[in-house]
Write a protein that binds this ligand. Structure first.
Ligand code: MTE
Length: 317
């Protein structure tokens, strides 16, 4: 296995080759103005909490929060992966301000007795908690983010999953008029992610509706996104529109793009390298030269290791 230089991993190295080639097509089109002009996107970058963004007033603190210092707001909202808006880290902050987040519904359906569609207003009125979690990206960088949200298991219990519900599939938004990235098949849109039902029901798994006490900005997955802190960041789908309880393991967008590189489980694991780089260490944004050891399950092992007892985590990566 090829171990890459420890300092940083270039986008060309991270992205599977076929995806990288399509990304170049996208960039050419964007540079020619074809896509951006069609969508009317402009460059309003986020750098500080937004006075106009909805504030959550009664947010409980959580025993699950890390005591580590949160990454600065400008980095949490300025260094993102949201390929529907482009493949550069700065693209989501530049373009996701146009994401239409109202009206918004999340339908919860499939193997359950009481399928339901939840309006976003109803979701943000739930009792909310702040969960300060580490986010560890498969690209070997990490952040600490104060999310505002609620446990996914609360929502799933309301629809009464049947015994056939073995997995949960998350389908995220496709808005061709605001997301210039979906005009190019960088991934097989919509971006789909999945969890095993016990992972989805775990108390650490949350649906987030905010960061830093206020509504999520577009680039972080407005108006509602998944956060699964012991898995690589790509498992945490943004701007969710559908949650399906299913019997079979879902095929996720990244598995379709490159199954040898991005497995279904994708638990943070320093002992299992990505085929093209090591996962032993990570760079805490915005640090550049110092690296810290990556901890198995992103440090949440006490709570989640039991979910994988007896499993070969090299095989089920
Ligand atoms: N969700 C959607 N719909 N599209 C994406 O491209 N990128 C994923 C994940 N969720 C992505 C997504 C990846 S690779 C990461 S690392 C995290 O979002 C990043 O979340 P953040 O930008 O809020 O830090």
């Amino acid at each position: 296995m090829l171990i890459k230089r420890p300092l940083d991993v270039l986008p060309s190295e991270i992205t599977p080759q076929p995806v990288y080639n399509r990304r170049r097509e996208f960039m050419k089109a964007a540079a020619a103005g074809a896509i951006l002009a069609a969508t009317g996107c402009s460059d309003d970058t986020e750098s500080a909490p937004d006075a106009t963004r909805e504030k959550f007033t009664s947010v409980a603190t959580s025993r699950f929060s890390t005591v580590e210092k949160p990454t600065e707001y400008k980095h949490v909202t300025g260094y993102n992966n949201y390929y529907e808006f482009g493949t550069e880290k700065s693209d989501p902050a530049l373009y996701a301000g146009h994401l239409k987040t109202r009206p918004w519904t999340v339908s919860v359906e499939g193997e359950c007795l009481k399928p339901r569609t939840f309006g976003i207003e109803e979701l943000i009125k739930r009792p909310l908690e702040e969960r300060v979690y580490r986010l560890r990206c498969v690209e070997a960088w990490s952040m600490v983010i104060p999310w505002v949200g609620f446990e996914l298991n609360a929502l799933l219990k309301e629809v009464e999953p049947t015994g056939n519900a073995k997995f949960v599939e998350f389908v995220t938004a496709v808005q061709p008029d605001t997301m210039q990235g979906v005009h190019v098949p960088v991934l097989d849109w919509p971006y789909v992610e999945g969890l095993r039902i016990d992972e989805a029901m775990h108390p650490l798994t949350i649906l987030a509706v905010g960061i830093f006490g206020e509504a999520l900005p577009g680039q972080n997955g407005a108006p509602v996104r998944l956060v699964v802190p012991w898995k690589y960041g790509f498992k945490s789908g943004k701007s969710i529109v559908k949650i399906r309880l299913v019997a079979q393991q879902p095929r996720t967008a990244w598995e379709k793009a490159s199954p040898t590189e991005y497995g279904f489980y994708s638990n943070v694991n320093p002992n299992v390298d990505h085929p093209r780089w090591s996962q032993e260490t990570e760079r805490r944004i915005p640090e550049f030269f110092s690296r810290r050891p990556t901890v198995i399950f992103n440090g949440y092992g006490d709570q989640v290791a039991g979910l994988y007892a007896g499993m070969d985590l090299k095989k089920y990566f």
